[in-house]
Design a protein around this ligand. Structure first.
Ligand code: PBG
Length: 327
């Protein structure tokens, strides 16, 4: 048979298959999210996210060592305060849980890079990502608080801040205030296209941040929309974001790939709690092989165009990358 085009020629051996991989990644592009909880000691497993923990401050240094030993160089820190109020004041308190965690982490494990989630939902009694006026999150009132939170995190040692609230204008508000306080070199990782997603459900249990009334649909994005995501990315670029993030990842690979074509900025993708929980649950039931799925899903996010990936599987992904199984 006269067949000139035979794509299978490049699939004949493992060495060759590895040589012709189109998607190349390495562990330096991974970010591992961690939850630090005020008022506990040790670590408690999060029921909706087996293998992920609430860490007490006493356990944090050891947990960070494990991250470093796994070859992951960056973590995203979330704080869970002991008390909450309507204004989320714990989020910017100088002795708040995230500030304490950042100070401790920078002291005990200065070689890692620390990103702080800049949001209010873990700190507000109503669970929303901002200040409530007339039963709605008030955009402009929330901006001041977000800027204040970002500054307090930078003061506590955050290497990069990551506003995740989806208020309009927050990147500019955060940038201006950081600059005014002398943090001109602290970069902003913007949760630019953050969809109102049910994939966050396990996180909300983990962070104790479920909204007590209504939902987040009037600030987070509608999952029917893709062009709107590009607009959000553009706005965040204009407002001074250094890295743009799309979230969740797996159901939004089309958005990542479209974004890749439309921006020169660095792109991050957040493979969220529900993505993790689904793989865990299916593996536990014996329906899939966890390690295979970790590899395949991670590569798909990079292949779609993400430069950086935030994942609860970061330590495992780093291992598979180091082994050459992926990457
Ligand atoms: C806070 C925030 C959320 C997540 C990251 N930052 C939850 C939400 O918006 O409800 C979700 C992360 C995950 O599901 O892993 N605004």
């Amino acid at each position: 048979m006269e067949l000139v085009q035979r794509p299978r020629r490049l699939r004949t051996t493992p060495v060759l298959r590895k040589m012709v991989r189109e998607t190349r990644m390495d562990p330096s592009s991974l970010i591992y999210p961690m939850f630090v909880k005020e008022g506990i000691t040790g670590k408690n497993e999060i029921p909706s996210m087996p293998g992920q923990y609430h860490y007490g401050l006493d356990m944090l240094p050891k947990a960070l060592e494990e991250v470093r030993d796994a070859g992951v160089s960056s973590v995203m820190l979330f704080g869970i305060p002991k008390t909450k109020d309507d204004w989320g004041s714990g989020a910017w308190a100088a002795d708040g849980i995230i500030q304490q965690a950042l100070e401790l982490a920078k002291k005990e494990m200065p070689s890692l890079f620390y990103i702080s989630d800049t949001c209010m939902c873990e700190y507000t009694s109503h669970g929303h990502c901002g200040i409530i006026e007339n039963n709605q999150v008030d955009n402009d009132k929330t901006l001041d608080s977000l800027a204040r939170i970002a500054v307090s995190q930078a003061q506590a040692g955050a290497d990069m801040v990551a506003p995740s609230d989806m208020m309009d204008g927050r990147i500019l508000a955060v940038r201006s205030k950081l600059d005014k306080k002398g943090f001109t070199t602290t970069p902003i990782l913007a949760y630019s296209a953050k969809y109102a997603s049910s994939f966050y459900e396990p996180f909300r249990e983990a962070a104790q941040s479920a909204p007590q009334f209504g939902d987040r649909k009037n600030y987070q994005m509608d999952y029917h929309n893709k062009r709107e995501a590009l607009r959000e990315l553009e706005l965040d670029e204009e407002e001074g974001a250094d890295i743009l993030m799309i979230k969740p990842a797996l159901s939004y690979l089309d958005v990542i790939s479209e974004a890749r074509k439309n921006t020169n900025h660095l792109l991050a993708a957040y493979s969220v709690s529900g993505e993790y929980a689904m793989i865990k649950a299916a593996a536990k039931a014996g329906f899939i092989k966890e390690d295979h799925l970790i590899c395949e899903t991670a590569v798909s996010i990079y292949r779609a165009g993400a430069d950086l990936v935030v994942s609860y599987y970061a330590k495992e992904i780093a291992k598979f990358m180091k082994e050459g199984r992926i990457g």
